[in-house]
Design a protein around this ligand. Structure first.
Ligand code: LHQ
Length: 280
């Protein structure tokens, strides 16, 4: 009887560990912090990191944590062979999604990335499609692999662009190209993406994470508070006239000028040494 119980116990423990290992280990977004960089990875490789409700909620939570002052730069990437294939079409096919309501989750994430007062680097390998491409465009810098493809994808399934794509895309590629990329949804290779200003850096496919980590680490050692102000200035300038932009720049310059990093930058210049910025 005792042996039966032990055996039953072992079987139950195994079932539980498989169950919790599966669900616990399948967190749709994983994140870690090291050296001032928060690395956030979409973690649904079997679906090319397609975004469903749970993934978007989890991504939003990770981005909330990125506001912590110990985080000075963020790296966004995907597990498996792709960055992100956009909305999970299995979830969409279930027919229970109210798209307008669901988009509130995307909108929150996009605004979190844009309003995060520190740089966000997207390490885009494999493919980025639909809202996955929009996420990459919401980041401040993009590192692509030579084999990486970008496609807007929305019109392929008769949808309009979302997740800020009609804002970010024409600002990079220009008005004339934007309609073409949104309506015809070609596969853009990394070289074209770079020509259109959509890629900051194109590297060998297997070096995407390494190069993006290097870039994020370098940013994390920079004047990160000022990076946040640059980001804010660029975003605001999109909807302002020249006079307002000039006033905004003056206000932000006052804030930058009062920062410890500015004092350190000037001191380092005069002392002919490298500055040690602390993001203050
Ligand atoms: C996927 C997906 C995917 C699920 C690949 N979902 N499984 C917002 C809110 C509300 C409503 C709707 O939309 C939006 C925003 C959007 O993002 S709309 C745009 C949605 N995304 C797409 O339309 C892209 C769909 N995917 C593709 O076109 C291709 O998979 C790409 C070009 C991304 C990659 O192609 P391949 O490298 O040839 O890979 P694959 O097609 O063989 O995919 C591999 C697996 O991943 C496959 O599963 P399986 O079980 O057959 O191996 C796909 O079903 C799955 N997968 N994308 N979005």
């Amino acid at each position: 009887m005792f042996h039966v119980n032990i055996a039953t116990y072992i079987v139950l423990v195994n079932i539980f560990s498989v169950f919790f290992g599966y669900y616990g280990g399948m967190d749709p977004v994983i994140h870690s912090i090291a050296g001032g960089v928060m690395e956030i990875a979409l973690n649904r490789p079997e679906r090319l990191n397609a975004l469903d409700e749970a993934t978007l909620e989890s991504l939003s939570l990770a981005l909330e944590r990125a506001e912590d002052e110990t985080v000075r730069a963020v790296l966004l990437r995907g597990e498996g062979r792709a960055f992100c294939a956009g909305q999970d079409l299995h979830e969409a096919a279930e027919g229970e999604l109210d798209y307008q309501e669901h988009l509130a989750r995307y909108n929150r994430v996009v605004l979190q990335i844009r309003r995060l007062a520190k740089p966000v680097v997207a390490a885009v390998h494999g493919v980025a499609a639909g809202a996955g491409m929009a996420l990459a465009l919401a980041a401040d810098l993009r590192v692509l692999g030579r084999e990486t493809r970008l496609t807007t994808a929305f019109a392929r399934i008769a949808l309009v662009p979302d997740s800020g794509m009609t804002y970010t895309l024409p600002r990079s590629v220009g008005w004339g190209r934007a309609f073409e990329l949104l309506a015809l949804s070609p596969d853009l290779d990394a070289e074209e993406a770079q020509r259109y200003g959509l890629a900051n850096l194109v590297v060998d496919e297997d070096l995407v994470f390494e190069e993006a980590r290097g870039l994020a680490a370098r940013l994390a050692e920079g004047p990160t508070r000022v990076y946040g102000l640059i980001k804010h200035a660029l975003d605001e300038s999109a909807s302002l006239g020249l006079e307002e932009v000039l006033e905004l720049e003056a206000r932000l310059q006052k804030r930058a000028g009062e920062g410890a990093d500015h004092r350190e930058g000037v001191r380092a210049f005069l002392e002919k040494r490298a500055p040690r910025f602390r993001g203050r």
